[in-house]
Design a protein around this ligand. Sequence first.
Ligand SMILES: [Zn+2]
Length: 129
Amino acid sequence: MDALAEELFHAYQDFHYNGLPSSNNGRVNVEFEAKLYNDIECFIRGGVCSYLINTAAYYNWLEYITNYGLSHPTWDNLLEKINFWDNKNYWDFLQEFSESNSGYNYLPNYDMEPKAILNMLEKSKQIGC
Ligand SMILES: [Zn+2]
């Protein structure tokens, strides 16, 4: 994980959400969102990536939501559940991340859609990078 890229994404979230969560409510959401953003970008660039969750299901999911590294996902892509990656979607992987990392083991806020990531992906689409 590129630490600077993650910090920059947190700064973007801070701006986008009008402040980062000051309580544990939503804390794991912003962490997962930042790390997933990094994974999506790395997958699309096709470099050597150390992914957030080291399972075939997560890798297959990244492959699907980026259309094999060709495009950025939409919210609909992130919500889809298909047998091939154990019927997991954004919320399931968020929960998995939370449960397997003691530092981020807070209840996810299921009302908090990853608006920062989606906005960022929309912007990269517009400028074509
Ligand atoms: Zn972080």
